[in-house]
Design a binder for this molecule. Structure first.
Ligand code: MHO
Length: 216
């Protein structure tokens, strides 16, 4: 199992939170992710009554394996930060947790603007409150795969599912994110049945033969 150790947290808004839940979750060094609403003033928002809050992803990461700088790089390549936001629900935001994140984010933005000569619309401001989104939005890609969803949710509570580093990775792989070698390294940690392991390899277009030496 992937260890649940000392971590740091990054909070980003970059459009619909389903995609980034999977793409950030795939990165080595990212321990777990969750989706919610933040960046606005509306209290107790939900998907129907979101008010001025923004769909946001929270990322717990191991700073020994991935830096805030690398997460910022991923943030900016994952969406168009130059476009005027479609709505406050889908705005681009970096919600920093401390001064060092603030400095890194501002510097990154400035460097990109100088390089491209274009203004970045990302708001950079302190995180005030993160409201966890409804269960059905968490690990959305995995939940779309009903067999996988059933397999895990009969073994664990939703809270365990939400906070599991293993589930974070599985959500990423079921979305076809990440690299083959990561999947092969992590396959045993996913504790799947042979049938589900085959499905997962198929989704990621990996020949099961590639797996016979590495996977049990
Ligand atoms: N309404 C879009 C985005 C969903 S995202 C959670 C869709 O159904 O794909 O805002």
């Amino acid at each position: 199992r992937l260890a649940n150790k000392e971590f740091k947290t990054a909070t980003f808004s970059l459009g619909c939170f389903w995609g980034p839940d999977a793409s950030f979750g795939a990165l080595p060094g990212v321990i777990k992710t969750r989706v919610g609403y933040a960046g606005g003033t509306t209290t107790d928002p939900n998907y129907q009554i979101i008010g001025d809050q923004t769909e946001t992803i929270q990322i717990d990461y191991d700073p020994a394996k991935i830096s805030y700088q690398e997460l910022l790089e991923k943030f900016f390549v994952s969406h168009n930060a130059y476009a005027e936001p479609y709505s406050s629900q889908y705005a681009s935001k970096i919600l920093y947790h401390n001064q060092s994140q603030q400095k890194a984010a501002l510097a990154f933005k400035e460097k990109l603007e100088t390089k491209t000569g274009q203004e970045i619309k990302t708001e950079i401001k302190p995180l005030k409150k993160f409201y966890l989104a409804e269960n059905y939005h968490q690990k959305f890609r995995l939940q779309q795969h009903k067999e996988f969803k059933k397999y895990y949710l009969t073994q664990m509570s939703f809270n365990e599912f939400l906070n599991s580093p293993t589930i974070t990775k599985l959500n990423a792989y079921l979305a076809g994110k990440g690299k083959e070698e990561w999947l092969l390294q992590n396959l045993n940690d996913l504790a799947l049945t042979n049938h589900l392991a085959e499905q997962l390899l198929k989704i990621n277009k990996i020949d099961p033969a590639a797996c016979t030496n590495l996977c049990q």
